[in-house]
Design a protein. Structure first.
Length: 255
């Protein structure tokens, strides 16, 4: 029994210490924002992390819109509510499905890429070389990636929302027989601007979380190739968990 309690206590203390270190790293990053950001580095990260994610985001949200419409349109048509299909699809994607799915996809692709890159730099002692040259790893590595993610993830969310609604339109019009006017008019009638902008606000926070956790696990990667793999796995798992928790909190306050 004592061994079980010791294991639980040790686990809790490790997690608390990890959270404290992340908070301290986040504070250092906020202080580093007082300096002028390197726009060239930010644009390079936006290209690397954002543009390369367009395909996977497109496929994810397209088929999400298709499946969600297939699941809901039949029931709505049965009760004579086919005039609400477009609005329901748009609200569901704009508020929840769009930002959350884009964030999960980016956690798997962008977060893993950030951790793999920074952890490799740590293992090969490139980060130590930056410190020797009096270059702050926070300014040089973390700030450009965080700002890039906070810009790219909302943009990908807007793009994904459009693709998801388009996927719903394809099924509603060409499979369920709903007129294109009825689908688009229901969006105009039922959807408010904040249904979409609220999801974009969520995406800003999600991008922040993905970048900070990716950099944290990269900077604290154990030595060796095995450590790089472990750090990458921790980034993806932790980011997804935090995204779901943060989504619940933000939904409570926003809506």
């Amino acid at each position: 029994m004592l061994k079980i309690l010791e294991a639980i206590g040790s686990f809790v203390l490790r997690r608390l210490g990890e959270i404290g270190t992340i908070v301290m790293l986040y504070g250092e990053t906020m202080r580093a924002l007082r300096h002028k950001p390197r726009m060239r580095h930010i644009l390079n990260q936006m290209s690397h992390l954002g543009v390369d994610s367009l395909l996977i985001v497109s496929l994810t949200l397209l088929f999400t819109g298709v499946v969600f419409t297939l699941q809901t349109a039949d029931v709505l048509i049965r009760f004579g509510a086919q005039g609400t299909v477009g609005g329901i699809i748009s609200i569901a994607i704009g508020r929840e499905l769009g930002p959350v799915l884009v964030a999960v996809v980016c956690a798997g692709r962008v977060g893993a890429a950030i951790t793999a890159e920074i952890s490799t730099m740590k293992v090969t002692e490139q980060i130590d070389a930056l410190r020797v040259m009096a270059v702050s790893p926070i300014d040089y590595l973390l700030v450009p990636r965080m700002l890039a993610c906070m810009i790219v993830v909302p943009l990908l969310t807007v793009f994904g929302d459009v693709i998801g609604v388009f996927g719903g339109w394809l099924i509603a019009v060409y499979y369920e027989g709903i007129s294109s006017y009825a689908y688009m008019n229901s969006i105009h009638v039922f959807v408010e601007l904040f249904d979409l902008t609220g999801g974009v606000i969520k995406a800003v926070f999600f991008g922040n979380v993905i970048a900070v956790l990716g950099c944290y696990y990269g900077l604290h990667c154990p030595d060796g190739a095995e450590g790089v793999g472990r750090a990458t796995t921790k980034t993806v798992v932790s980011s997804i968990i935090v995204i779901f928790i943060l989504n619940a909190v933000l939904t409570f306050f926003l809506y």
